[in-house]
Design a protein around this ligand. Structure first.
Ligand code: 5GP
Ligand code: ZN
Length: 113
């Protein structure tokens, strides 16, 4: 997707502060962190949101979820963390490339805002 900011970070067209990368996913630090550690984990394949996941994406998303603990461990989040996937308008998704927010190094509250 030529106009997608996260695709541009994936392709290195725009620099990202990268925390983890392999052939299928990328994790990079959020521009406006909401916690001392705030990383976005994305599939390199452009999928707009959870609403746009196809059956063929199931394996990729399973892989993405399976890597969260490794990204978290690499960032020193041994005391726990929160993952969030904002979806659609009511979910306050602002970037239309599926991403997991990984937040840590502070005590989270519930319910979220
Ligand atoms: P959303 O609101 O879609 O769930 O989350 C989008 C996130 O992307 C926000 O936390 C925002 O700060 C972050 N973000 C937006 N543009 C950029 C960018 O160009 N670089 C990085 N690293 N983060 C961005
Ligand atoms: Zn994209």
């Amino acid at each position: 997707m030529s106009d997608c900011i996260f695709c541009k970070i994936i392709s290195k067209e725009i620099p990202g502060n990268i925390a983890y990368e392999d052939d299928r996913i990328l994790a990079f630090h959020d521009l406006e962190p909401q916690a001392p550690v705030h990383v976005l984990i994305v599939p390199k394949k452009h999928i707009a949101s959870l609403d746009d996941v196809a059956q063929e994406d199931a394996e990729l998303l399973g892989y993405l979820m399976s890597k969260v603990k490794d990204v978290a461990a690499g960032l020193g989040l041994e005391n726990g963390y929160r993952v969030v996937i904002n979806t659609g308008e009511d979910g306050f998704q602002t970037v239309k490339h599926l991403h997991i927010h990984l937040l840590g190094k502070r005590k989270m509250t519930w319910p979220p805002g």
